[in-house]
Design a protein around this ligand. Structure first.
Ligand code: GLN
Ligand code: ZN
Length: 757
């Protein structure tokens, strides 16, 4: 039985690629130096996989920015606005990735989108009616040859034709099917070239097969491969899927003339069932994704062996694989120096997952697998009672009933009470929470962390910033104020650090997009709140003003979605544990005189399952109740706000209303307020603050354009339900643009009020 992986992280163990790329962007190193840094990472990864006894090692999993963008360049699907800049090939590529502003022109980057259900983002290829899809690049060949020179005949990995055509955005009147022939020809030519180069295997990544497919989709997929596969020559082709199961096209997929099919047995709920029900062809290899490519926990060999032995009833031709590319996990545990060994032994990052694959292979080769040392020590590890169990928390959650998820009185009654007691003007103005995190704020927080300043010096500093922020908001004339979030590095990490049950890594970076990496905290044990987390700052801020001060919290679903979750208890259980902790904070804020509390669910949409049929059962049925539980215990007079980034929630609009918040603010300006029609059609009950300007850009919006946005809003939403606010938190902005923007916002709201009188 052989082993392989779908792809390896390309950022380097210590984010070397990020640092080299950023130096290149700043003009501090040359393209050749960047190329050298990249080659070093690739060769290191190659040697590591060789040393770890991976039988079939991928190439072309490396990318300077994003592998979908690489494929667009490979297939000549690059908008003319980039190619016509007259830049070098590398700089043209970076112009499409990041935009270009300089002596040769001024162009925005391609759109960026979330990669399926991960926190990785890809660049969306743009296809015009006159785009000529053809084989144009050489990167996969170059990287294959580079590895071959270094002694390894690798398996080049390429985004497959179907997935590429599905991910692209069509600017004209032609659609995916119209480009199928050209794409098939380009992929066929690619196969011919790899034949000439002496490749043995090639992997086409087709994750779009795990999404809901229509009959036309299945037709597009099969017709593409029926055109491509006859050109495979002596090459062996793997059609690789991941992030779910292929329930809409299993038989079509395994019926193609490919040599191997890759299925995900970790996230693919129905993968095993599909094999059982339909069998697996004798003439093909099954690349079985059994090692989780998304999470950081050690594999459970006993359950992996159980999966493999079940699969062996249907086929003997199995290759051990990861469930998806290891791009989504950090590189290596070797650099985690501070993590306790008692925790670390439960972890496996990318490098350790290579070892796991080799161990599983070894175990399977043994005459009595259960007798191998690797199996025994893994079984011992998994039978260990994890520290961090909290029976009180578990008992509370087990005892929850429907009424714990229900806030009383019902929305309309609360709305009436709150209108009365807050006495806010029409179109009340507010912000999303954070104010500009200046260099001074960041450096003071970091001095405090390093122990260079004392607790009291630090608190004094934060209080000073809060006082300035409150004074500024009063001067600008905002109606509902915030404290500014100066004490927070990040909206999830801050709460993770305050809560029991979380642990933090030092170097567990994962690529989010381009050179941006994130370091998610790890849910280790049962979550509980040892002490109030935000009350001190909110109460201080409220003491400085007569206007309502919003308490500011992150919601349970977002905290969980931006962490590495546990696998020994369900996501629902973890979400409810976090919800309980945040609920306690909500009640403490209320008891201490905070009358408006915002619970951010910025990432609520993010982990919505890829298939509609799984939305409720696997996600919304616990995510929405977890949010409701957070605020169901407050008094009718206490106003609950929530905030979501992106207004991409038309399809779950009922569920958003069902969160039963009193007010929701969200990003809407970049999507041109299109969400308003959906709100209107669905008779949205919650009061809304669709962001009136984009905070992702330093541009100052004029009063007139904000007023125009308000007019648009007023046409569709009853005036008494509307709030006026920016799109998102202001922490990444400077004061220079924030102050004039907010002044314009307040003046626009005032003018809208006057018009209404
Ligand atoms: N309250 C947070 C802030 O203002 C919300 C951030 C977010 O939505 N990503 O920073
Ligand atoms: Zn936001």
């Amino acid at each position: 039985m052989n082993t392989t992986i779908i792809g390896y992280p390309r950022i380097g163990d210590l984010r070397e690629l990020k640092f080299a790329s950023e130096k290149y962007f700043r003009g501090e190193i040359t393209a050749a130096e960047l190329e050298t840094a990249a080659e070093k990472i690739r060769l290191y990864n190659l040697q590591l996989q060789k040393k770890s006894c991976i039988d079939l090692i991928p190439s072309n999993d490396f990318s300077f920015y994003d592998n979908v963008l690489d494929t667009a360049f490979l297939l000549n699907a690059v908008p003319e606005r980039y190619t016509s800049l007259g830049l070098s090939a590398l700089d043209t590529y970076f112009a499409a990735a990041r935009g270009y502003q300089g002596e040769k022109g001024d162009v925005k980057a391609l759109a960026m989108k979330k990669w399926y259900n991960t926190n990785y983002h890809y660049m969306v290829p743009e296809i015009d009616d006159d785009t000529e899809i053809k084989l144009a690049g050489t990167k996969p060949f170059d990287l294959f040859s580079e590895a071959l020179r270094n002694g390894v005949n690798t398996k080049p990995v390429i985004i497959g034709a179907y997935t590429f055509l599905k991910l692209a955005r069509y600017k004209g009147s032609r659609n995916a099917a119209d480009f199928a022939d050209a794409a098939a020809a380009a992929y066929s030519e690619l196969l011919q070239k790899f034949n000439l180069l002496g490749a043995e295997w090639i992997q086409f990544d087709e994750p779009s097969l795990v999404k809901d497919m229509t009959a036309e989709d299945v037709q597009l997929f099969t017709s593409l491969y029926e055109k491509i596969l006859p050109h495979k020559g002596v090459l062996k082709i793997i059609i690789q899927t991941y992030f779910g199961d292929v329930r809409d096209c299993y038989n079509e997929l395994v019926g193609l003339d490919a040599d191997a099919v890759g299925l995900d047995f970790v996230e693919g709920k129905k993968s095993l069932e599909l094999v059982r029900a339909n069998g697996f062809p004798k003439d093909k290899l099954l690349f079985a994704g059994v090692v989780n490519g998304k999470n950081i926990w050690r594999n459970n060999y006993a359950s992996t062996l159980a999966t493999i032995s079940e699969l062996r009833k249907y086929t003997d031709n199995i290759v051990l694989n990861t469930s998806c590319s290891l791009l989504h996990v950090p590189c290596t545990l070797a650099n985690e120096t501070k993590l306790a060994d008692s925790c670390k032994k439960h972890f496996a990052y990318a490098a350790e997952k290579l070892t796991e694959l080799a161990e599983i292979k070894h175990i399977l080769e043994a005459s009595v697998p259960e007798d191998t040392a690797e199996y025994r020590s893994n079984a011992a590890l998994h039978s260990e009672q994890r520290s961090g169990r909290n029976d009180a928390v578990r008992a509370k959650i087990a005892a929850l009933t429907e009424k714990d998820y229900t806030r009383l009185p019902a929305f309309a009654e609360r709305e009436r009470i709150q209108k009365d007691i807050f006495g806010l003007p029409l179109f009340p103005t507010t912000t999303i929470g954070s104010f500009p995190q200046t260099a001074e704020v960041k450096s003071t927080r970091s001095s405090f962390r390093k122990g260079e300043i004392s607790q009291s010096e630090y608190e004094f500093f934060i209080e000073k910033k809060i006082a300035e922020c409150v004074a500024l908001q009063e001067k600008i004339g905002l109606d509902v104020l915030v404290h500014g979030e100066f004490e927070r590095n990040d909206m999830v990490e801050y709460f993770g650090e305050c809560l029991d049950g979380y642990i933090f890594t030092e170097k567990a970076w994962v690529q989010s997009y381009g050179t941006r990496c994130v370091k998610p905290p790890v849910v280790w044990g049962d979550i509980s709140r040892a002490k109030p987390m935000t009350v001190r700052w909110s109460v201080y801020a409220q003491s400085l003003t007569d206007k309502p001060m919003k308490g500011m919290l992150t919601g349970p679903v977002t905290i969980l979605n931006w962490s590495f979750p546990r696998e020994d208890i369900s996501l629902k259980e973890s979400a409810l544990q976090i919800a309980l902790a945040i609920r306690e904070e909500v009640l403490d804020l209320e008891a201490n005189g905070i009358r408006i509390i915002q619970v951010d669910e910025a990432a609520l949409r993010e982990k919505l399952p890829l298939r509609k049929a799984d939305w409720r059962e696997d996600y919304l049925d616990w995510a929405i109740p977890a949010f409701r539980y957070v605020h169901s215990g407050v008094k009718p007079e206490t106003q609950i706000h929530t905030h979501m980034c992106y207004s991409e929630f038309s399809d779950i609009i009922r569920d958003i209303d069902d969160m039963d918040a009193d007010v929701i603010t969200f990003e809407a300006s970049r999507s041109d307020l299109t969400i308003l029609d959906v709100l209107k059609e669905s008779n949205f009950r919650t009061e809304v603050g669709p962001g009136v300007y984009d905070i992702h850009s330093p541009r100052v919006p004029s009063k007139e354009e904000i007023l125009a946005a308000l007019h648009k809003m007023k046409e569709r939403i009853p005036a008494e339900k509307l709030w006026v606010n920016p799109d998102c938190g202001l922490k990444t902005r400077g004061n220079e643009e924030t102050v004039p923007s907010l002044i314009n916002l307040v003046n626009a709201a005032k003018e809208a009020r006057d018009e209404n009188c």
